[in-house]
Design a protein around this ligand. Structure first.
Ligand code: ADP
Ligand code: MG
Length: 725
């Protein structure tokens, strides 16, 4: 038999055939290493062996709740199958010297003949009371001699139909035996010694076959270190182009007289078009970008800033300066509404500079598209704004130097890479572009480090001056009169209102296409839909006089844009929408937002939604309407009412329920983690990655070892998955 390695397909293991292969693929397991890394998500602890007699049933008469019990006993009646019953139950009694209990096995023909009177057995299951008698239905049973003490902590795996934890255990045991010695440790020796870590092979053995829960916990901790180092450091080593140097154009020349008088005049024109002074954070972020653009090392920067903090302005100025220097800059927006809005902002900014931006959307007319593409090719267009439409193959640039992505997590890593195309230069270097990403997801620094690895970050925390705090209230629908009242007061004053609903219409048929934007699917009649709300508004005497309109993701692009434009122009007064408005829409005259069934939305979505208001100088109100009494929903609402700082909310949300909500890992393109938890293990992430970075920077033997192992293991574990993202 040929040697088997960690990278071999799982099917190379004895017993894993095509049908198992398919099921394993569903669990994201393709290689032998994937299988080994698939550690149990929890353990059943059967080591706490009890006795039947100690089981007090006096107050549990006809109680259907089950009670866990493990015990050893002797079969004291002959096992018999009731052939008159359809489910063919096999029953017998077991006695452990303190009492006896009836065991019933349904649909378990393989058991009959396996056990007979007098057999010593180990049993684990749930005790229920049936007709005043203790019984166990389909418990785990094994002959006592087969049960060793260290098999009493049972791994439980996340499974897919057709696989059992036993299957996995068996395959994993073979896999570790065959390839365990190939597993390399990625943990610095200093940490390993201090923590008393074992070899990776032993750690995986302990995780899959622990002798105690304490062993399992220790193994998981070690593997979490391993995993977070792989992710945090490996990503960096991996994306740094396998040692090939990447270069980008130096956009801003250095030196005292590098900027001509003519350019300086144009630049001043653009700055005066702004109409306001940048905040200190904006200035600092823009300075970071400028510094990056003075280098031939490709910029790889993330601008993090809460909604409304003014990221777009920083992006726009970065594009302007690139264009002034005669090079091209692209701004990618996730929706056409947003792209159009950016286009308008930027057009205004560019007035009098002698340049004009172009806008390319999917729905742009074919003839116009051709014209725009020609301009992009010839270099006449230097400020280019658009959606996914810019990511097609037939677009070529004259001199692309800067790519900016807004709300990057809505673009796949792969998609963006199309624009960050890498041409091989004559000297073996790779020609790349400067890359700037803007995100409104406020990510605590520790998490950002893991998720974005090698990206430099600029944070905009401070909001532009003159902003009024948004007042947020949590109300139930009994307050609908008061809600109506406040709407009509605001509308009478000429202001506008958003109403956000959790679904589109009753049958939900159209929700599908919006799902990616986080619009909840799934019918529930108690949830107010966009169309229900429209009807309600139209029938209210004091509100029906104001023009309202609906907006949802699956509407025709053209209609969506038109509705948005009419709302921004003030023609539509009440916009009733789904979460499509979450991304970037800017109407400073809309100062009220009512979020129906607010418990249906995650904290991050609520915060993003609320960011649509409070953009002007008037007082704004956000009303969270919900009937929910769930503790989670209530604490979320409370947080929303108490804080408007996205960073603070993000951190609180982490405390409340882990990173799943704010930081859907898939959303950020993070491969599945098996041992580490991005919430509870953040401290490990910081400690471990910082230690490794220090060692690698210092160089030497240990640095080399870590470099090698991390590269190798990352390749095995994540590289293929990164390609798929
Ligand atoms: P973000 O992209 O971070 O959500 P925007 O760049 O869209 O924020 O800015 C939100 C609003 O604030 C816009 O109307 C913008 O014109 C305005 N704005 C941006 N920066 C400033 C500033 N320094 N002073 C005043 N208003 C600003
Ligand atoms: Mg924005």
């Amino acid at each position: 038999m040929a040697a088997i390695h960690l990278s071999n397909p799982v099917t190379d293991l004895y017993g894993v055939g095509p049908s198992a292969e398919e099921k394993l693929a569903k669990l994201d397991i393709y290689t032998i290493y994937d299988l080994i890394a698939f550690i149990p998500w929890r353990y059943d602890d059967w080591s706490n062996v009890g006795s039947i007699g100690s089981f007090d049933m006096s107050d549990r008469f006809d109680d259907n709740t089950g009670y866990d019990l493990s015990f050893r006993g002797t079969i004291c009646t002959t096992p018999s199958v009731n052939i008159t019953s359809k489910k063919r139950p096999l029953t017998f009694f077991v006695n452990d010297g303190t009492g006896r209990i009836k065991l019933t096995f349904f649909n378990s023909p393989y058991l009959s003949g396996k056990f007979s009177l007098g057999d010593e057995c180990f049993i684990h299951g749930q005790v229920t009371i049936f007709k005043g008698q203790m019984q166990m239905v389909n418990p785990y049973i094994e002959k006592a001699e087969k049960i060793t003490d260290d098999a009493l902590v049972r791994p439980v795996y996340h499974l897919t139909a057709g696989l059992t934890s036993n299957n996995i255990s068996k395959w994993v045991a073979t896999a570790i035996k065959l390839c365990g010695d190939e597993l390399l440790s990625c943990i610095p020796k200093s940490i390993a010694e201090q923590k008393g870590f074992v070899s990776p092979k032993e750690a995986y053995m302990m995780a899959h076959f622990p002798a105690s829960l304490e062993d399992a916990r220790r193994a998981r901790e070690q593997l979490a270190y391993e995993e977070l180092i792989l992710l945090g450091i490996g990503m960096k080593l991996y994306s740094s182009g396998h040692g090939i140097k990447e270069v980008a154009e130096q956009v801003i020349p250095s030196g005292p007289n590098a900027i001509s008088r003519d350019l300086a005049v144009k630049w001043n024109q653009i700055k005066s078009n702004l109409g306001f002074a940048l905040t200190a954070d904006q200035t600092a972020a823009f300075r970071d970008v400028q510094t990056d653009l003075m280098s031939t090392t490709p910029m790889n920067r993330l601008i993090q800033g809460d909604v409304g903090s003014g990221k777009t302005m920083v992006a726009a100025l970065s594009m302007m300066i690139t264009a002034l220097m005669g090079k091209q800059a692209v701004l990618l927006a996730p929706t056409s509404v947003l792209a159009t809005q950016h286009y308008k902002t930027i057009s205004k900014l560019m007035q009098g500079s002698g340049m004009e931006p172009v806008l390319l959307l999917g729905k742009t007319k074919a003839s116009e598209k051709t014209e725009i593409k020609d301009k992009i090719r010839s270099g006449e267009a230097r400020v280019i704004i658009g959606t996914h439409a810019l990511l097609t193959d037939d677009i070529s640039f004259k001199d692309l130097a800067l790519v900016i992505a807004d709300e990057q997590h809505r673009f796949g890593v792969k998609q963006r890479e199309k624009l960050l195309f890498k041409d091989e230069g004559p000297d073996g270097t790779i020609k790349s572009v400067h890359n700037l990403v803007m995100t409104a997801t406020p990510i605590p620094r520790t998490l950002a480090m893991v998720i974005y690895g090698d990206m430099a970050t600029s944070v905009i925390r401070e909001k532009p001056k003159g902003r009024q705090e948004i007042t947020t209230w949590f109300v139930n629908s009994k307050k609908s009169k008061a809600i109506e009242e406040m709407m009509s007061v605001k509308l009478a004053a000429g202001e506008q209102v958003y109403i956000v609903c959790a679904k589109i219409d009753k049958d939900e048929t159209e929700a599908g296409s919006d799902y990616l934007l986080g619009e909840p699917v799934g019918g529930d009649d108690s949830v107010t839909s966009v169309f229900d709300m429209k009807k309600q508004i139209d029938s209210m005497s004091n509100l029906s006089q104001y023009k309202s309109a609906v907006l949802y993701g699956s509407m025709k692009e053209k209609d969506k844009l038109e509705t948005m434009e009419r709302f921004i122009a003030g023609d539509i007064k009440i916009l009733i929408s789904t979460t499509v408005i979450e991304v970037g829409v800017d109407n400073p005259n809309a100062n009220v937002m009512i979020i129906m069934d607010a418990d249906r939305f995650g904290l991050s979505t609520l915060h993003q939604l609320r960011g649509r208001i409070g953009r002007g100088d008037k007082k704004s109100y956000c009303l969270l309407v919900s009937e929910s009494r769930s503790e989670l929903a209530l604490s979320r609402m409370k947080m929303m009412c108490e804080s408007s700082d996205g960073f603070e909310l993000a951190e609180k949300d982490l405390d409340l329920r882990g990173p799943g909500d704010f930081y859907g890992t898939r959303q950020h393109g993070i491969p599945t983690l098996r041992a580490a938890n991005l919430y509870t293990d953040m401290k490990i992430a910081t400690e471990a990655t910082e230690a490794v970075n220090r060692i690698i920077e210092a160089g030497g033997e240990e640095a080399e070892r870590l470099n090698e192992s991390i590269k190798k293991m990352f390749e095995l574990r994540f590289a293929r998955k990164m390609e798929q993202l």
